[in-house]
Design a protein around this ligand. Sequence first.
Ligand code: AHR
Length: 534
Amino acid sequence: MVGSVGRSLLAAAVLAALAATTSDAQGPGAAADRIELAVDASKPGATIDRNLFGQFAEHLGRGIYEGVWVGPDSPIPNTRGIRNDVVAALKAIKVPNVRWPGGCFADDYHWRKGIGRREAQMNPDWGGVIEPNTFGTHEFMDFIDQIGSRAYLSVNVGSGSPQEAAEWLEYLTAAQPTALQKERAANGHPEPYFIPYLGIGNENWDCGGNMTPEYYLQQLKTFARYSRNFNPSQREGDRRMLKIAVGPGGGGPRWTEWTEVVMKGWKARQWSWDMDGLSLHNYTVVRFPASFKSVGFDEADYARILQATLEMDGLVKTHSAIMDKYDPEKKIALVVDEWGSWYAPLPGSTPGFLAQQNSVRDALIASLNLNIFARYADRVRMANIAQMVNVLQAMILTDKEKMVLTPTYHVFKMYVPFQDATFVPVTFNAGTYTHGTITLPRVDAMAARDASGTVWLALANIDPARPVLFDARLTGITARSATGEILTGPAIDSVNTFGAPDTVSPKPITATVNGDHVSITLAPKSVTVLAVRP
Ligand code: AHR
Protein backbone atom coordinates (compact mmCIF):
# COMPACT_ATOMS: atom_id res chain seq x y z
CA MET A 1 0.00 0.00 0.00
CA VAL A 2 1.16 3.54 -0.71
CA GLY A 3 0.82 4.45 2.98
CA SER A 4 3.23 1.76 4.09
CA VAL A 5 5.67 2.62 1.29
CA GLY A 6 5.59 6.21 2.57
CA ARG A 7 6.27 4.96 6.10
CA SER A 8 9.18 2.71 5.23
CA LEU A 9 10.76 5.47 3.17
CA LEU A 10 10.36 7.78 6.10
CA ALA A 11 11.97 5.24 8.42
CA ALA A 12 14.85 4.92 5.96
CA ALA A 13 15.13 8.70 5.86
CA VAL A 14 15.28 8.87 9.65
CA LEU A 15 17.95 6.16 9.83
CA ALA A 16 20.00 7.84 7.12
CA ALA A 17 19.62 11.10 8.96
CA LEU A 18 20.91 9.61 12.16
CA ALA A 19 24.07 8.58 10.33
CA ALA A 20 24.63 12.08 8.98
CA THR A 21 26.50 15.13 10.34
CA THR A 22 25.19 16.48 13.65
CA SER A 23 24.03 20.03 14.23
CA ASP A 24 26.75 20.52 16.84
CA ALA A 25 29.33 20.10 14.09
CA GLN A 26 27.87 22.99 12.15
CA GLY A 27 27.10 25.29 15.02
CA PRO A 28 24.32 27.82 15.39
CA GLY A 29 24.12 30.65 12.92
CA ALA A 30 25.33 28.47 10.02
CA ALA A 31 23.78 29.14 6.61
CA ALA A 32 20.59 27.22 5.89
CA ASP A 33 21.33 23.62 4.99
CA ARG A 34 19.48 22.25 2.00
CA ILE A 35 17.03 19.38 2.50
CA GLU A 36 15.65 17.75 -0.63
CA LEU A 37 12.13 16.41 -0.66
CA ALA A 38 10.51 14.26 -3.32
CA VAL A 39 6.75 14.86 -3.31
CA ASP A 40 4.90 12.40 -5.52
CA ALA A 41 1.36 13.58 -6.09
CA SER A 42 0.89 10.89 -8.75
CA LYS A 43 0.78 8.24 -5.98
CA PRO A 44 -2.15 9.18 -3.76
CA GLY A 45 -2.51 7.25 -0.50
CA ALA A 46 -5.26 7.02 2.09
CA THR A 47 -7.69 9.79 2.98
CA ILE A 48 -6.53 11.82 5.97
CA ASP A 49 -9.75 11.58 7.93
CA ARG A 50 -10.94 14.93 9.25
CA ASN A 51 -11.51 13.19 12.58
CA LEU A 52 -7.74 13.13 13.15
CA PHE A 53 -8.17 16.77 14.18
CA GLY A 54 -10.65 16.03 16.97
CA GLN A 55 -10.65 17.56 20.45
CA PHE A 56 -11.11 16.20 23.96
CA ALA A 57 -13.09 18.17 26.55
CA GLU A 58 -13.34 16.64 30.00
CA HIS A 59 -14.98 17.91 33.16
CA LEU A 60 -11.56 18.74 34.51
CA GLY A 61 -10.25 21.95 36.02
CA ARG A 62 -11.30 25.00 34.00
CA GLY A 63 -11.86 23.07 30.78
CA ILE A 64 -15.66 23.11 30.72
CA TYR A 65 -16.60 25.52 33.50
CA GLU A 66 -15.08 28.94 32.64
CA GLY A 67 -13.50 27.58 29.44
CA VAL A 68 -16.74 26.76 27.62
CA TRP A 69 -19.61 27.31 30.03
CA VAL A 70 -20.10 30.62 31.82
CA GLY A 71 -23.88 30.39 32.25
CA PRO A 72 -26.60 32.51 30.61
CA ASP A 73 -26.40 35.23 33.29
CA SER A 74 -22.66 35.83 32.86
CA PRO A 75 -21.43 39.27 31.76
CA ILE A 76 -19.12 37.35 29.39
CA PRO A 77 -20.90 37.34 26.01
CA ASN A 78 -22.53 33.93 25.60
CA THR A 79 -25.24 32.05 23.79
CA ARG A 80 -27.35 29.97 26.16
CA GLY A 81 -24.46 29.96 28.64
CA ILE A 82 -21.69 29.00 26.17
CA ARG A 83 -19.05 31.68 25.64
CA ASN A 84 -19.15 33.28 22.19
CA ASP A 85 -15.41 34.00 21.88
CA VAL A 86 -14.49 30.33 22.41
CA VAL A 87 -17.19 29.18 19.99
CA ALA A 88 -15.95 31.56 17.27
CA ALA A 89 -12.34 30.44 17.74
CA LEU A 90 -13.26 26.74 17.59
CA LYS A 91 -15.46 27.22 14.53
CA ALA A 92 -12.43 28.60 12.69
CA ILE A 93 -10.43 25.38 13.19
CA LYS A 94 -13.33 23.18 11.97
CA VAL A 95 -13.31 20.83 14.96
CA PRO A 96 -14.62 17.55 13.50
CA ASN A 97 -15.58 15.89 16.81
CA VAL A 98 -15.38 16.50 20.54
CA ARG A 99 -14.88 13.68 23.03
CA TRP A 100 -16.88 14.23 26.26
CA PRO A 101 -17.41 13.99 29.30
CA GLY A 102 -14.04 12.30 29.99
CA GLY A 103 -11.46 10.89 30.50
CA CYS A 104 -11.43 9.42 33.96
CA PHE A 105 -14.48 11.57 34.70
CA ALA A 106 -16.53 9.53 32.19
CA ASP A 107 -16.38 6.55 34.54
CA ASP A 108 -17.65 8.72 37.41
CA TYR A 109 -20.36 10.42 35.32
CA HIS A 110 -24.04 9.69 35.77
CA TRP A 111 -25.88 11.37 32.94
CA ARG A 112 -29.19 11.78 34.79
CA LYS A 113 -27.58 14.28 37.16
CA GLY A 114 -26.94 16.52 34.14
CA ILE A 115 -30.50 16.81 32.76
CA GLY A 116 -33.62 18.51 34.14
CA ARG A 117 -33.14 19.40 37.81
CA ARG A 118 -29.37 19.20 38.25
CA GLU A 119 -27.68 17.24 41.00
CA ALA A 120 -24.22 18.22 42.13
CA GLN A 121 -21.67 15.45 42.58
CA MET A 122 -18.01 15.20 43.44
CA ASN A 123 -15.26 15.18 40.84
CA PRO A 124 -12.88 12.85 42.68
CA ASP A 125 -10.42 12.48 39.82
CA TRP A 126 -9.66 16.14 39.30
CA GLY A 127 -9.09 18.20 42.41
CA GLY A 128 -11.94 16.73 44.45
CA VAL A 129 -14.11 19.73 43.57
CA ILE A 130 -17.89 19.86 43.31
CA GLU A 131 -19.22 19.13 39.84
CA PRO A 132 -22.49 21.06 39.57
CA ASN A 133 -23.66 19.22 36.45
CA THR A 134 -24.96 22.52 35.06
CA PHE A 135 -23.27 21.58 31.81
CA GLY A 136 -24.94 18.29 30.92
CA THR A 137 -26.17 16.41 27.87
CA HIS A 138 -28.26 19.21 26.34
CA GLU A 139 -25.60 21.86 26.94
CA PHE A 140 -22.92 19.67 25.37
CA MET A 141 -25.05 18.97 22.31
CA ASP A 142 -25.84 22.70 22.01
CA PHE A 143 -22.11 23.45 22.21
CA ILE A 144 -21.39 20.88 19.48
CA ASP A 145 -24.01 22.53 17.26
CA GLN A 146 -22.67 26.01 17.92
CA ILE A 147 -19.14 25.08 16.85
CA GLY A 148 -20.35 22.93 13.91
CA SER A 149 -18.84 19.72 15.26
CA ARG A 150 -19.95 16.18 16.14
CA ALA A 151 -20.38 14.34 19.43
CA TYR A 152 -18.08 11.61 20.65
CA LEU A 153 -19.61 10.46 23.95
CA SER A 154 -17.97 8.06 26.39
CA VAL A 155 -20.30 5.88 28.44
CA ASN A 156 -19.59 4.99 32.05
CA VAL A 157 -18.28 1.42 32.23
CA GLY A 158 -16.26 1.77 35.47
CA SER A 159 -18.97 2.78 37.96
CA GLY A 160 -22.02 2.67 35.69
CA SER A 161 -24.10 -0.17 34.32
CA PRO A 162 -25.17 -1.40 30.90
CA GLN A 163 -28.68 -0.22 31.82
CA GLU A 164 -27.48 3.33 32.56
CA ALA A 165 -25.62 3.46 29.25
CA ALA A 166 -28.57 1.96 27.34
CA GLU A 167 -30.93 4.52 28.83
CA TRP A 168 -28.64 7.43 28.00
CA LEU A 169 -28.56 6.26 24.38
CA GLU A 170 -32.33 5.88 24.32
CA TYR A 171 -32.75 9.33 25.89
CA LEU A 172 -30.47 10.80 23.24
CA THR A 173 -31.67 8.99 20.14
CA ALA A 174 -35.22 7.60 20.44
CA ALA A 175 -37.69 9.02 17.92
CA GLN A 176 -40.70 7.07 19.13
CA PRO A 177 -42.70 8.22 22.16
CA THR A 178 -40.97 6.19 24.88
CA ALA A 179 -40.78 7.60 28.40
CA LEU A 180 -37.20 8.68 27.78
CA GLN A 181 -38.03 10.32 24.44
CA LYS A 182 -40.83 12.27 26.16
CA GLU A 183 -38.48 13.32 28.92
CA ARG A 184 -35.97 14.59 26.35
CA ALA A 185 -38.74 16.48 24.55
CA ALA A 186 -39.87 18.00 27.85
CA ASN A 187 -36.28 19.12 28.38
CA GLY A 188 -36.40 21.00 25.09
CA HIS A 189 -35.25 18.62 22.36
CA PRO A 190 -38.04 16.60 20.72
CA GLU A 191 -35.87 15.53 17.78
CA PRO A 192 -33.41 12.67 18.30
CA TYR A 193 -29.80 13.72 18.64
CA PHE A 194 -27.18 12.54 16.16
CA ILE A 195 -24.53 10.54 18.03
CA PRO A 196 -21.89 9.39 15.53
CA TYR A 197 -19.22 8.14 17.96
CA LEU A 198 -19.54 6.24 21.23
CA GLY A 199 -16.65 5.28 23.49
CA ILE A 200 -17.20 2.19 25.62
CA GLY A 201 -15.46 3.35 28.80
CA ASN A 202 -12.12 5.08 29.29
CA GLU A 203 -8.81 3.67 30.45
CA ASN A 204 -10.59 0.78 32.15
CA TRP A 205 -7.15 -0.68 32.72
CA ASP A 206 -6.48 2.10 35.23
CA CYS A 207 -8.73 4.95 36.41
CA GLY A 208 -11.73 3.25 34.79
CA GLY A 209 -11.69 0.24 37.14
CA ASN A 210 -8.25 -1.36 36.82
CA MET A 211 -9.67 -4.23 34.75
CA THR A 212 -7.75 -7.05 33.11
CA PRO A 213 -8.09 -7.14 29.33
CA GLU A 214 -10.23 -10.27 29.57
CA TYR A 215 -12.61 -8.64 32.06
CA TYR A 216 -12.82 -5.48 29.95
CA LEU A 217 -13.53 -7.54 26.84
CA GLN A 218 -16.58 -9.03 28.55
CA GLN A 219 -17.72 -5.55 29.61
CA LEU A 220 -17.22 -4.32 26.05
CA LYS A 221 -19.41 -7.10 24.66
CA THR A 222 -22.21 -6.31 27.09
CA PHE A 223 -22.07 -2.51 26.77
CA ALA A 224 -21.70 -2.65 22.99
CA ARG A 225 -24.75 -4.91 22.80
CA TYR A 226 -27.04 -2.68 24.86
CA SER A 227 -25.84 0.82 23.90
CA ARG A 228 -28.23 1.09 20.97
CA ASN A 229 -28.73 4.10 18.78
CA PHE A 230 -32.46 4.49 17.96
CA ASN A 231 -32.16 7.56 15.73
CA PRO A 232 -33.92 6.47 12.50
CA SER A 233 -31.33 8.32 10.41
CA GLN A 234 -28.52 6.35 12.05
CA ARG A 235 -29.67 2.79 11.48
CA GLU A 236 -27.07 2.09 8.80
CA GLY A 237 -24.69 3.59 6.22
CA ASP A 238 -22.44 6.59 6.72
CA ARG A 239 -24.38 7.92 9.68
CA ARG A 240 -24.22 4.65 11.67
CA MET A 241 -22.91 5.19 15.22
CA LEU A 242 -19.33 3.91 15.54
CA LYS A 243 -18.35 2.21 18.81
CA ILE A 244 -14.84 2.66 20.13
CA ALA A 245 -13.33 0.19 22.58
CA VAL A 246 -10.73 1.02 25.19
CA GLY A 247 -7.29 0.21 23.85
CA PRO A 248 -3.72 0.39 25.08
CA GLY A 249 -1.97 3.13 27.05
CA GLY A 250 1.58 2.50 25.90
CA GLY A 251 3.81 0.10 24.02
CA GLY A 252 5.15 -2.45 26.54
CA PRO A 253 3.94 -6.03 27.05
CA ARG A 254 0.99 -4.97 29.21
CA TRP A 255 -0.29 -2.89 26.33
CA THR A 256 0.43 -5.26 23.47
CA GLU A 257 -1.42 -7.93 25.46
CA TRP A 258 -4.40 -5.59 25.83
CA THR A 259 -4.56 -5.00 22.08
CA GLU A 260 -4.16 -8.75 21.40
CA VAL A 261 -6.99 -9.71 23.75
CA VAL A 262 -9.47 -7.13 22.49
CA MET A 263 -8.68 -7.71 18.81
CA LYS A 264 -8.76 -11.48 19.18
CA GLY A 265 -12.09 -11.16 20.99
CA TRP A 266 -13.40 -9.00 18.17
CA LYS A 267 -12.29 -11.48 15.51
CA ALA A 268 -14.16 -14.27 17.30
CA ARG A 269 -17.27 -12.10 17.85
CA GLN A 270 -20.80 -13.30 17.39
CA TRP A 271 -23.65 -11.37 15.81
CA SER A 272 -24.69 -9.71 19.07
CA TRP A 273 -21.89 -7.15 19.35
CA ASP A 274 -19.33 -5.28 17.30
CA MET A 275 -16.93 -2.39 17.49
CA ASP A 276 -15.46 0.05 14.98
CA GLY A 277 -12.43 1.48 16.74
CA LEU A 278 -9.78 0.74 19.34
CA SER A 279 -8.39 3.65 21.30
CA LEU A 280 -4.74 4.47 22.07
CA HIS A 281 -3.72 6.94 24.77
CA ASN A 282 -0.25 8.42 24.77
CA TYR A 283 0.92 11.63 26.39
CA THR A 284 4.19 13.47 25.77
CA VAL A 285 5.22 13.45 29.42
CA VAL A 286 8.50 11.44 29.72
CA ARG A 287 7.38 10.19 33.18
CA PHE A 288 4.59 10.61 35.72
CA PRO A 289 4.14 12.66 37.83
CA ALA A 290 4.58 15.22 35.08
CA SER A 291 7.60 17.35 35.94
CA PHE A 292 8.78 19.12 32.79
CA LYS A 293 8.00 22.84 32.78
CA SER A 294 5.63 24.25 30.14
CA VAL A 295 7.48 27.58 30.03
CA GLY A 296 10.93 28.69 31.14
CA PHE A 297 12.59 25.44 30.07
CA ASP A 298 16.03 24.98 28.54
CA GLU A 299 17.19 23.27 25.36
CA ALA A 300 17.84 19.99 27.17
CA ASP A 301 14.15 19.79 28.12
CA TYR A 302 13.16 20.89 24.63
CA ALA A 303 15.09 18.03 23.05
CA ARG A 304 13.92 15.45 25.63
CA ILE A 305 10.27 16.33 25.16
CA LEU A 306 10.49 16.25 21.36
CA GLN A 307 12.22 12.88 21.60
CA ALA A 308 9.34 11.64 23.77
CA THR A 309 6.70 12.91 21.37
CA LEU A 310 8.25 11.03 18.45
CA GLU A 311 7.59 7.77 20.33
CA MET A 312 4.06 8.06 18.99
CA ASP A 313 5.29 6.61 15.70
CA GLY A 314 6.49 3.39 17.33
CA LEU A 315 3.30 3.01 19.34
CA VAL A 316 1.09 3.39 16.31
CA LYS A 317 3.27 0.96 14.38
CA THR A 318 3.26 -1.64 17.17
CA HIS A 319 -0.48 -1.63 17.72
CA SER A 320 -1.29 -1.37 14.01
CA ALA A 321 0.77 -4.53 13.43
CA ILE A 322 -1.27 -6.43 16.04
CA MET A 323 -4.49 -5.10 14.56
CA ASP A 324 -3.36 -6.18 11.09
CA LYS A 325 -3.14 -9.78 12.33
CA TYR A 326 -6.81 -9.87 13.30
CA ASP A 327 -8.14 -7.25 10.92
CA PRO A 328 -6.12 -7.16 7.69
CA GLU A 329 -8.93 -5.27 5.97
CA LYS A 330 -8.48 -2.41 8.45
CA LYS A 331 -12.15 -2.30 9.42
CA ILE A 332 -11.25 -1.25 12.95
CA ALA A 333 -9.78 2.23 13.28
CA LEU A 334 -6.97 3.00 15.70
CA VAL A 335 -8.35 6.03 17.56
CA VAL A 336 -5.70 8.08 19.37
CA ASP A 337 -8.30 9.75 21.53
CA GLU A 338 -5.92 11.20 24.11
CA TRP A 339 -2.59 12.69 23.04
CA GLY A 340 -0.57 15.82 23.67
CA SER A 341 1.91 17.32 26.11
CA TRP A 342 1.48 16.88 29.86
CA TYR A 343 3.75 19.15 31.91
CA ALA A 344 4.09 20.13 35.56
CA PRO A 345 1.12 22.23 36.71
CA LEU A 346 1.67 25.99 36.49
CA PRO A 347 2.93 27.36 39.83
CA GLY A 348 -0.03 28.59 41.87
CA SER A 349 -2.65 26.69 39.84
CA THR A 350 -5.20 24.49 41.60
CA PRO A 351 -3.90 20.96 42.18
CA GLY A 352 -5.55 18.48 39.84
CA PHE A 353 -6.57 21.12 37.28
CA LEU A 354 -3.72 20.29 34.86
CA ALA A 355 -3.11 23.93 33.92
CA GLN A 356 -0.07 24.52 31.70
CA GLN A 357 1.23 27.05 29.17
CA ASN A 358 1.68 26.29 25.50
CA SER A 359 4.83 27.27 23.63
CA VAL A 360 6.61 27.03 20.29
CA ARG A 361 7.62 23.54 21.43
CA ASP A 362 3.93 22.58 21.63
CA ALA A 363 3.41 23.80 18.08
CA LEU A 364 6.12 21.36 16.99
CA ILE A 365 4.58 18.57 19.10
CA ALA A 366 1.23 19.16 17.41
CA SER A 367 2.77 19.16 13.94
CA LEU A 368 4.91 16.04 14.50
CA ASN A 369 1.98 14.03 15.89
CA LEU A 370 -0.48 15.12 13.21
CA ASN A 371 2.11 14.13 10.60
CA ILE A 372 2.49 10.69 12.20
CA PHE A 373 -1.28 10.16 12.21
CA ALA A 374 -1.47 11.18 8.55
CA ARG A 375 1.24 8.65 7.60
CA TYR A 376 -0.88 5.89 9.14
CA ALA A 377 -4.13 7.29 7.79
CA ASP A 378 -5.24 3.90 6.55
CA ARG A 379 -5.47 2.71 10.19
CA VAL A 380 -5.51 5.88 12.31
CA ARG A 381 -8.82 7.50 11.43
CA MET A 382 -9.56 9.54 14.52
CA ALA A 383 -7.55 11.37 17.20
CA ASN A 384 -8.37 13.77 20.02
CA ILE A 385 -5.86 16.17 21.47
CA ALA A 386 -6.00 16.62 25.25
CA GLN A 387 -7.57 18.99 25.97
CA MET A 388 -9.52 21.72 24.20
CA VAL A 389 -9.55 24.68 26.63
CA ASN A 390 -7.44 25.50 29.73
CA VAL A 391 -6.24 21.90 30.31
CA LEU A 392 -2.98 20.24 29.17
CA GLN A 393 -2.07 21.02 25.51
CA ALA A 394 -4.98 23.36 25.00
CA MET A 395 -6.11 25.28 21.92
CA ILE A 396 -7.38 28.15 24.00
CA LEU A 397 -6.65 29.70 27.40
CA THR A 398 -9.17 31.88 29.20
CA ASP A 399 -9.16 34.12 32.24
CA LYS A 400 -12.59 35.49 33.05
CA GLU A 401 -13.53 37.59 29.97
CA LYS A 402 -10.09 37.23 28.38
CA MET A 403 -9.15 34.58 25.83
CA VAL A 404 -5.88 33.79 24.07
CA LEU A 405 -5.12 31.37 21.23
CA THR A 406 -2.15 29.07 21.79
CA PRO A 407 0.57 28.03 19.31
CA THR A 408 -1.16 24.63 19.18
CA TYR A 409 -4.38 26.34 18.07
CA HIS A 410 -2.51 27.98 15.20
CA VAL A 411 -1.13 24.62 14.04
CA PHE A 412 -4.63 23.14 14.01
CA LYS A 413 -5.83 26.12 11.97
CA MET A 414 -2.94 25.86 9.52
CA TYR A 415 -3.68 22.12 9.10
CA VAL A 416 -7.39 22.57 8.25
CA PRO A 417 -6.71 21.93 4.52
CA PHE A 418 -5.45 18.45 5.42
CA GLN A 419 -8.89 17.44 6.68
CA ASP A 420 -10.18 14.76 4.26
CA ALA A 421 -7.32 15.41 1.83
CA THR A 422 -5.49 12.51 0.20
CA PHE A 423 -2.11 11.56 1.61
CA VAL A 424 0.78 12.05 -0.81
CA PRO A 425 4.12 10.32 -0.12
CA VAL A 426 7.14 12.51 0.63
CA THR A 427 10.67 11.15 0.84
CA PHE A 428 13.58 13.05 2.29
CA ASN A 429 16.76 12.79 4.28
CA ALA A 430 15.77 14.57 7.49
CA GLY A 431 19.25 15.54 8.64
CA THR A 432 19.86 15.59 12.38
CA TYR A 433 19.45 17.87 15.32
CA THR A 434 21.63 16.94 18.31
CA HIS A 435 21.60 18.28 21.81
CA GLY A 436 23.71 16.49 24.41
CA THR A 437 23.05 12.78 24.06
CA ILE A 438 19.82 13.26 22.11
CA THR A 439 19.83 13.13 18.32
CA LEU A 440 16.57 13.62 16.45
CA PRO A 441 15.52 13.98 12.82
CA ARG A 442 16.00 17.67 12.20
CA VAL A 443 12.98 18.20 9.98
CA ASP A 444 9.67 16.57 9.22
CA ALA A 445 7.48 16.81 6.14
CA MET A 446 4.03 15.58 5.19
CA ALA A 447 1.91 16.23 2.11
CA ALA A 448 -1.63 15.79 0.88
CA ARG A 449 -3.74 16.71 -2.11
CA ASP A 450 -7.18 18.27 -1.71
CA ALA A 451 -10.24 17.90 -3.94
CA SER A 452 -9.27 20.98 -6.00
CA GLY A 453 -5.85 19.52 -6.87
CA THR A 454 -3.84 21.78 -4.56
CA VAL A 455 -0.98 19.96 -2.84
CA TRP A 456 -0.49 20.96 0.80
CA LEU A 457 2.93 20.64 2.37
CA ALA A 458 3.50 20.65 6.13
CA LEU A 459 7.13 21.32 7.03
CA ALA A 460 8.63 21.36 10.52
CA ASN A 461 12.15 22.45 11.41
CA ILE A 462 12.82 21.40 15.01
CA ASP A 463 16.38 22.73 15.12
CA PRO A 464 16.25 25.71 17.51
CA ALA A 465 19.17 27.51 15.87
CA ARG A 466 19.60 26.60 12.21
CA PRO A 467 17.30 27.53 9.32
CA VAL A 468 16.65 24.95 6.62
CA LEU A 469 16.34 25.41 2.87
CA PHE A 470 13.65 22.98 1.72
CA ASP A 471 13.85 22.08 -1.94
CA ALA A 472 10.84 20.02 -2.99
CA ARG A 473 10.80 18.20 -6.32
CA LEU A 474 7.21 17.66 -7.41
CA THR A 475 5.80 14.82 -9.46
CA GLY A 476 2.15 14.70 -10.51
CA ILE A 477 1.48 18.43 -10.25
CA THR A 478 2.67 21.42 -12.24
CA ALA A 479 2.96 24.19 -9.67
CA ARG A 480 2.10 27.79 -10.47
CA SER A 481 2.41 29.21 -6.97
CA ALA A 482 3.33 28.14 -3.46
CA THR A 483 2.24 30.31 -0.56
CA GLY A 484 1.36 29.67 3.03
CA GLU A 485 2.05 30.47 6.66
CA ILE A 486 4.95 29.96 9.04
CA LEU A 487 4.59 29.72 12.82
CA THR A 488 7.52 30.42 15.13
CA GLY A 489 8.47 32.67 18.01
CA PRO A 490 11.50 34.40 19.48
CA ALA A 491 12.47 31.42 21.68
CA ILE A 492 11.72 27.70 22.06
CA ASP A 493 9.57 28.49 25.09
CA SER A 494 7.82 31.59 23.70
CA VAL A 495 4.12 31.60 24.57
CA ASN A 496 1.08 33.75 23.92
CA THR A 497 -0.31 35.57 26.93
CA PHE A 498 -3.38 37.73 27.52
CA GLY A 499 -1.08 40.76 27.42
CA ALA A 500 0.92 39.62 24.37
CA PRO A 501 -1.40 37.31 22.42
CA ASP A 502 0.53 37.33 19.11
CA THR A 503 4.05 36.42 20.19
CA VAL A 504 3.65 33.07 18.42
CA SER A 505 1.30 33.63 15.50
CA PRO A 506 1.35 32.60 11.84
CA LYS A 507 2.91 34.91 9.25
CA PRO A 508 2.47 34.74 5.48
CA ILE A 509 5.28 33.16 3.50
CA THR A 510 5.95 32.63 -0.23
CA ALA A 511 8.09 29.90 -1.78
CA THR A 512 9.98 30.08 -5.06
CA VAL A 513 8.53 27.97 -7.86
CA ASN A 514 10.98 26.93 -10.56
CA GLY A 515 9.84 24.24 -12.99
CA ASP A 516 9.04 21.20 -10.92
CA HIS A 517 10.84 22.60 -7.85
CA VAL A 518 9.43 24.55 -4.92
CA SER A 519 12.00 25.95 -2.54
CA ILE A 520 11.82 27.92 0.66
CA THR A 521 14.07 28.73 3.61
CA LEU A 522 12.37 28.07 6.92
CA ALA A 523 13.30 29.53 10.27
CA PRO A 524 14.58 27.46 13.20
CA LYS A 525 11.91 25.92 15.50
CA SER A 526 9.08 26.54 13.05
CA VAL A 527 6.03 24.90 11.52
CA THR A 528 5.01 25.85 7.98
CA VAL A 529 2.07 24.89 5.79
CA LEU A 530 2.30 25.68 2.07
CA ALA A 531 -0.38 25.50 -0.60
CA VAL A 532 1.20 24.38 -3.86
CA ARG A 533 -1.39 25.37 -6.43
CA PRO A 534 -1.58 23.92 -9.93
O1 AHR B 1 -6.55 13.97 30.08
C1 AHR B 1 -6.38 13.75 31.43
C2 AHR B 1 -6.56 12.30 31.83
O2 AHR B 1 -5.56 11.51 31.26
C3 AHR B 1 -7.83 11.62 31.38
O3 AHR B 1 -8.90 11.89 32.20
C4 AHR B 1 -7.47 10.17 31.46
O4 AHR B 1 -8.20 9.39 30.56
C5 AHR B 1 -5.98 10.16 31.17
O5 AHR B 1 -5.29 9.41 32.08
